[in-house]
Ligand binder design. Sequence first.
Ligand SMILES: NC(=O)C1=CN([C@@H]2O[C@H](COP(=O)(O)OP(=O)(O)OC[C@H]3O[C@@H](n4cnc5c(N)ncnc54)[C@H](OP(=O)(O)O)[C@@H]3O)[C@@H](O)[C@H]2O)C=CC1
Ligand SMILES: O=C(CO)COP(=O)(O)O
Length: 335
Amino acid sequence: MSFLNGTKIAVIGGGSWATALIKILCEQNNVQIRWWLRNQKDIEHIRKYHHNPSYLSDVVLQPKKIKVFEKTTDAVKGADYVILAVPAAFIEEALQDLSVKHLQGKRIVSAIKGMIPGQNILITDWASERFGIELKDTCVIAGPCHAEEVALEKQSYLSIASTECPAAEDFAKLMTCRYVAANPLDDLYGVEYAAIMKNIIALACGITHGLGYGDNFQAVLVSNAMQEIGNLVTALDKRERNLSSSAYLGDLLVTAYSQFSRNRLFGNMIGRGYSVKVAQLEMKMIAEGYYATKSIYEINKLYHVNLPITHAVYRILYEEQAPGMVMDDLKKVLK
Ligand SMILES: NC(=O)C1=CN([C@@H]2O[C@H](COP(=O)(O)OP(=O)(O)OC[C@H]3O[C@@H](n4cnc5c(N)ncnc54)[C@H](OP(=O)(O)O)[C@@H]3O)[C@@H](O)[C@H]2O)C=CC1
Ligand SMILES: O=C(CO)COP(=O)(O)O
């Protein structure tokens, strides 16, 4: 296969978001995509039929622009950018064969909306500690955008955040196409923490919906959630930011209300009486909010921010308290 000349982008991950991001990148003329995914059957299917059989299987994957690799060490060779699109709980395992030398001189882009469980650190901090990547060479992809709507080419917006705008500006150009507008911003940590928090809130929305609460309650839940997110993000990274912009509020709204949200769906099953184990087995996809709830709960032991919604979700998921009873308590403190 002969590659076009141009920007080389390694994509790590084989799920719905990796597949959607590759679709967006393929809209550019001058890109070479080097794709790693773990599932050998899927690799063979993609090479032969140019579709991912397991996620967004309708998306056509342009063979001239995409090369699929079995090994991460091969996928990142010569790449200008390395996009991480594996759920946070599995990223260490996915990148276990890579060392500092493999990622030297490359820009790392996290598309992950989660933290490393147990260590409770952001993906960008983990990548810079593990691979010596400078924060200025790190970006995150955020904003309200579900992979399923990208697959349908529905107009979407992304926020590309970095500590310095040049890195974000360059990458935003690669993520902009007929149906996606990507905008840079310089709030790496704020955007990352807000994206993690909104998954917990979407879980809470799903739980309450599963319990039979209506739109009136959910509107109050989401308004209170925005304050909860704002208070925590400010405690963790104090600076001026416009929390009503789409990178923060927009992402909260789409995850809390969308039919495509994994976190909302997971919560809904819990509200309807599924155990955590059964809900996880039922869902082929990953709800990051499950892991995030524990990470944020633990981080907040140092910060003591008032996080009533996160605490309610923690009691349900990790202390096995009855969702109905926990939400009875929560509804007394919402305003
Ligand atoms: N989907 C979306 O719309 C969006 C997702 N994101 C974020 O993107 C990240 C990736 O999520 P997404 O693509 O949706 O994931 P999906 O739920 O679509 O897919 C799950 C992925 O995780 C892999 N996986 C599951 N278990 C393991 C394991 N034990 N070890 C290694 N890999 C495993 C699966 O591989 P396999 O198929 O081989 O099991 C698959 O590639 C998340 O952080 C998510 O928050 C961000 C914005 C939008
Ligand atoms: O972050 C997302 C949309 O912006 C995806 O959220 P879910 O993982 O809940 O589907």
